[in-house]
Design a protein around this ligand. Structure first.
Ligand code: AMP
Length: 280
């Protein structure tokens, strides 16, 4: 497996593969890889002939008071994992490679970018859309793999891909969880043992929604009330949002129907966690 640092090298790798009629998969990550990321790399290997994993802690998607500086960086272990899963390339550019000096071009998916996580993290989705568009342009991949874990991000990126007529197709992979239900996240390492326990309120809330929906409950206020009760029993967890929205527009819906996104975000101490389910 090769470690590639520049856009030109990544593009040359991609074009060489395309010349051999190989399909190209891209797995964008910020590193600190865990089993959730691994599932994306595996899915990419199953669907594509050649896979690149990008590892880039993107400064523009972090707010001024967020954890950019302390975000976990485990580059050597990440490369070993990517290699073991059959990635051909890890693309790990320096910040100046993706944001050349004087850069002032950004991609803003207006409207969507201000909803859900975008409401509590102003500028976050502008940073995400900008870096992902740069990665798509550099990698010229056929497919790019993202986790349903970041469901609002998926909505923003689907819109962006459509609006910019990008050639890369987005593939969404299921949420990978710990055995007790906690959705895997690079940020889980911030949690103390008691916080790790409190954090289970999120997956418990999602489980309650899935169970109610499974029993035919489609009324949104009823679902939200049930989730509020779960969080009410965990007073050290501070809810950011509990929403039931159209997955494409991120606008609230009246009834939870097939394909609707039910999502929660909450603070456990200093750590903001998210979880969701797509109504089946
Ligand atoms: P990140 O490194 O946090 O930017 O995440 C990179 C990709 O991995 C994103 O598409 C995430 O949605 C995805 N991802 C993160 N956690 C999980 C998880 N628990 N299950 C599946 N995919 C995940």
């Amino acid at each position: 497996m090769r470690i590639v640092r520049t856009v030109d090298e990544l593009r040359a790798w991609s074009r060489a593969n395309r010349k051999e009629c190989k399909t190209i998969g891209l797995v964008p990550t910020m590193g600190a890889l865990h089993a959730g990321h691994a599932s994306l790399i595996r899915a990419a290997r199953e669907r594509c002939d050649a896979v690149a994993v990008s590892i880039f802690v993107n400064p523009t998607q972090f707010g001024p008071n967020e954890d950019f500086a302390k975000y976990p960086r485990t580059f050597d272990a990440d490369c070993a994992l990517a290699a073991s899963l059959g990635a051909e390339v890890v693309f790990a550019p320096a910040v100046e490679e993706l944001y050349p000096e004087g850069a002032e071009t950004f991609v803003d998916v207006e409207g969507l970018s201000g909803r859900l996580d975008g409401a509590s993290r102003p500028g976050h989705f502008r940073g995400v859309a900008t870096v992902v568009s740069k990665l798509f342009i550099a990698a010229e991949a056929d497919l790019a793999f993202f986790g349903q874990k970041d469901a609002a991000q998926v909505a923003v990126l689907r819109r962006m891909t459509k609006d910019l007529r990008l050639a890369t197709e987005i593939v969404v992979c299921p949420i990978v969880r710990e055995v007790d239900g906690l959705a895997l996240s690079s940020r889980n390492i911030y949690l103390t043992a008691p916080q790790r326990h409190q954090a289970l309120a999120l997956s418990r809330a999602i489980g309650v929604v899935e169970s109610l929906v499974g029993h035919g409950q489609r009324n949104v206020p009823t679902l939200i009330e049930a989730v509020e009760a779960v969080f009410g029993a965990e007073p050290d967890v501070r809810v950011d949002y509990i929403v039931c929205v159209d997955w494409a527009t991120l606008e609230p819906v009246e009834a939870a129907t097939q394909g609707t996104l039910f999502a929660v975000a909450a603070w456990v101490g200093e750590t903001r966690l998210i979880d969701n389910t797509i109504i089946g």
